[in-house]
Design a protein around this ligand. Structure first.
Ligand SMILES: Cc1ncc(C[n+]2csc(CCOP(=O)(O)OP(=O)(O)O)c2C)c(N)n1
Length: 595
């Protein structure tokens, strides 16, 4: 944290949420990592008053937080937007139960898909479940609104959807720090009709949930974070989240209705606001969530006509839309963006996934891959990844393909260790149950690398570094019913090829487990894996570029050429971790370890 004045610090939105959790007396926090939400739990770790831990997936994280709230504790669960799809079952059902201790559900959406497989607007989830949707616009609000969300959650006995977006989560702003208010944990109060959702109970609770929503609607009209900023009456803007900041930048004197709670909407406030301006615009990122509801009330407004539902908004897009609408006369001059040198994503030097994908590419396997660092194996020059949809899908998709082909030969499902524990195990059960002949590769690098190195039940460490029981993948697969299990060293290309080609030919279900830790985040000591680096012997190099095919950023072209004019290779000794994979593909043994 950077201190500016006595109690003002500069925090990212995610850090500010964590600080809000501490100040507003949170007891329990859990999450499964996912950009742009990951730093919330990482920042909460600095507050020992909050019991915090990574969960194996978002559904479990949700259930842990839900259980804590049933116990009367103040709880928060954080996830990226697609995580809420995984947690949707408890998310929807607990609507009828409530959240007696308080439950804040952070969904960090990713407009523009900076780091996601889809672009979904989770405000609809709030409407779907009948929950309030709280939306901060900056870091200050990210902290303060945690308090508002907890108050609403406890007063109305309702989980609250706390919607962040990439810009709000990752931008930094000044936050005024406060002290922690401690609250006692009330304890579980048995109530069969509330906590046990048998249909006979749930039917009654649905009536209660409808009444709760009506009370929330009335409350929205008085809520201070739904604020009118009076201004020029020629047009008014209703806006939420980071779009508010863009609107303020472009038309600071406009009449604005800023919604800190975008569901349920304060329709009377909106009606009054609409009648105070000549034209009404709705400026919101992604879908016309507010616009549709305002229109449904018969209030004329304009929105998606001028602003796309694709990607992020920014001040220039807001200005262009207003110019197009004839509301303002000229948009401000847009400075040319600084050119960014393209950097295609590649496996890190020493990544244990490299050898597996190099081999699968050579073997021309049909690879149903999954989500993690290893998705990069689908890119050239490795080209070993034919399908990838959502976390945990690889095994189920492979089973389906094998069913349709009536053979599992040549079909390989690849899945990371964190992803396997998240949602791959049930796919494996299907493969066992159906005696599918596919090959499954579990890439056990002992960490959730893609999101920055979080621990999981196969890492053997707790959040903060303490020892934890480590799930053994071979024993786990055996217990799930797999009989053919092989463990390989993915740095050893010959064995990797022999094992994978053998299993691809075999009609029995087999699981191959790799055993090298992530080169960046080995869970043991968090120090990078590093052996003595390799170099290219320029006397021997024939310029064939076979070493380029392993796609290692430590390898590049040197200035030296062969007699035939081919460029020889070079290895950057600072980047090289000494994994040796490139040396094994060199046909003339020109890549040697530096003694
Ligand atoms: C439902 C869902 N939750 C979280 C994420 C974010 N995410 C992408 S890959 C990944 C896990 C990657 O870990 P692992 O499978 O161990 O592979 P690694 O990156 O370590 O190679 C996570 C958490 C996501 N894309 N979808």
């Amino acid at each position: 944290m950077k201190q500016t004045e006595s109690s003002d610090v500069i925090l990212s939105g995610n850090e500010a949420v964590a600080r809000g959790c501490w100040e507003y007396g949170l007891h329990v926090a859990c999450a499964y990592p996912g950009t742009p939400s990951t730093e919330i739990l990482e920042a909460i770790r600095q507050y020992p008053e909050i019991a915090a831990e990574w969960s194996p997936n978002e559904k479990v994280a949700f259930e842990v937080a839900m259980g804590a709230s049933f116990e009367g504790a103040r709880a928060l669960v954080a996830m990226k937007h697609v995580g809420l799809n995984v947690a949707a079952d408890p998310f929807m059902s607990v609507s009828l139960v409530g959240a007696p201790g308080g439950l804040v559900v952070v969904s960090a959406d990713d407009p523009g898909m900076h780091s996601s497989q889809n672009e979904q607007d989770n405000r609809y989830f709030a409407k779907f479940a009948g929950y309030p949707c709280i939306e901060p616009s900056d870091s200050r609000e990210s902290k303060d609104f945690v308090g508002v969300a907890l108050d609403i959650s406890i007063s109305f006995d309702v989980p609250v959807l706390f919607r962040m977006t990439t810009r709000v989560s990752h931008s930094k702003g000044i936050v005024r720090l406060g002290e922690r208010t401690a609250y006692p944990i009330k304890g579980f109060e048995r109530d069969f009709k509330k906590f046990v959702v048998l249909p006979s109970n749930a039917r009654v609770r649905h009536v209660w949930a409808n009444e709760r929503l009506a009370r929330l609607r009335a409350y929205a009209e008085t809520l201070a974070i739904n604020r009118v900023e009076p201004g020029d009456p020629s047009f008014g803007v209703i806006t939420d989240s980071v779009a508010y900041a863009y609107v303020k930048e472009i038309v600071p004197d406009a009449s604005i209705l800023k919604l800190g709670m975008s569901y349920p909407l304060p329709m009377e406030k909106i009606r009054t606001f609409a009648s105070s301006v000549k034209r009404l615009f709705i400026v919101e990122e992604l879908e016309p969530f507010i616009e549709e509801q305002v229109r449904a009330e018969g209030i004329p407004c304009e929105g998606k006509k001028y602003w796309s539902n694709l990607g992020e908004l920014n001040p220039d897009l807001v200005a262009k839309g207003l110019v197009q609408a004839g509301a303002v006369h000229s948009s401000r001059p847009v400075p040319e963006p600084e050119p960014v040198i393209p950097r295609p994503p590649v496996f890190c030097p020493g990544c244990p996934h490299r050898g597996v994908y190099y081999t699968l590419g050579k073997l021309k396997a049909t690879v149903t891959t999954d989500i993690g660092c290893y998705t990069l194996g689908a890119l050239p020059p490795l080209n070993a990844g034919d399908t990838c949809v959502e976390m945990g899908a690889s095994i189920g998709v492979a089973v389906g393909m094998a069913k349709a082909r009536k053979s599992g030969k040549g079909i390989v499902a690849t899945i990371g260790d964190s992803t396997f524990l998240h949602s791959g195990m049930t796919g494996l059960l299907a493969a066992v149950h159906e005696a599918s002949g596919i090959t499954i590769v579990i890439l056990d690098n002992r960490i959730t690398a893609m999101t920055g190195g979080q621990h999981h039940p196969g890492a053997g460490k707790k959040m903060g570094g303490g020892e934890a029981q480590r799930v053994e993948f071979a024993r786990l697969c055996q217990a799930l019913g797999v009989t053919r299990i092989k463990v390989i060293d993915p740095y050893d290309l010959e064995t990797t090829r022999n094992v994978l080609s053998g299993e691809m030919e075999n009609e029995e279900l087999s699981v191959v487990i790799t055993n090298r830790p992530c080169a960046l985040y080995p869970p043991e000591n968090r120090k990078k894996v590093r052996e003595k680096p390799f170099r290219v012997d320029l006397e021997k190099c024939i310029g064939c570029h076979s070493c380029f095919k392993v796609s290692c950023p430590a390898i590049s072209e040197s200035t030296e050429k062969t007699a035939k004019g081919l460029t020889k290779s070079r290895i950057d000794p600072v980047l090289c971790t000494g994994c040796s994979v490139c040396s094994q593909v060199c046909p003339v043994q020109a890549i040697v370890r530096i003694p």
